[in-house]
Design a protein around this ligand. Structure first.
Ligand SMILES: CC(C)(COP(=O)(O)OP(=O)(O)OC[C@H]1O[C@@H](n2cnc3c(N)ncnc32)[C@H](O)[C@@H]1OP(=O)(O)O)[C@@H](O)C(=O)NCCC(=O)NCCS
Length: 150
């Protein structure tokens, strides 16, 4: 678990003024949030590349504590029947207080209201239980999700 809290713990960081915004985050705020995950050690994305990735989103959601971006998530989609949930990130100081759950609830609601029938994702290590609580199921051995790194 990252610093801040475990997923069942009491978060020691006060939450002053939390608000949710249905929008793709700006790169200046998102880049430091993205860097909290350690994912860029493998990806090696520049700020410009990550801005391009954000611009290619179908939909995005953010949570702000005052003016500080503390969480975000986004969807990629064909706009017709399927979408992919990615870059769901809650800052370690703000994990364990329902923010991730609310972001996924909003992403599911948006997808459903646009006729999307199928949301896929790749669970990060140790996060399977989080997604299962939100209704996601792991695919069967006979029909697994598959990927390849290029
Ligand atoms: C995964 C992540 C988004 C969860 O966000 P969060 O705001 O800390 O989670 P929430 O507080 O909304 O938790 C919602 C529920 O899931 C549970 N939960 C949270 N993390 C969990 C985990 N790793 N395993 C099992 N359950 C978990 C919570 O206990 C809570 O349960 P409840 O509804 O019964 O009280 C957050 O930990 C994170 O950003 N991690 C780093 C980046 C990452 O790995 N993102 C996922 C990429 S696939």
């Amino acid at each position: 678990m990252s610093a801040g809290t475990d997923h069942k713990g009491t978060n020691p960081f006060p939450m002053n003024n939390l608000r949710y915004v249905d929008a793709i985050p700006g790169i200046e705020a998102f880049y430091p949030l993205f860097m909290t995950t350690g994912w860029n050690e493998r990806l090696g994305l520049t700020r410009d590349a990550l801005a391009t990735a954000l611009a290619g989103s179908f939909y995005g959601v953010c949570a702000y504590d005052g003016d500080t971006l503390v969480a975000a998530g986004r969807l990629l989609s064909d706009g017709a029947y399927q979408c992919f949930l990615c870059d769901l990130i809650v800052h370690p100081d703000h994990q364990g207080r329902g923010i991730g759950k609310e972001l996924v609830r909003r992403l599911l609601g948006h997808a459903k209201s646009h006729g999307i029938r199928w949301m896929q994702l790749t669970s990060a290590r140790g996060k399977r239980g989080f997604y299962e609580k939100l209704g996601f199921t792991a695919r069967s051995e006979e029909a697994p999700g598959m990927d390849i790194w290029l």
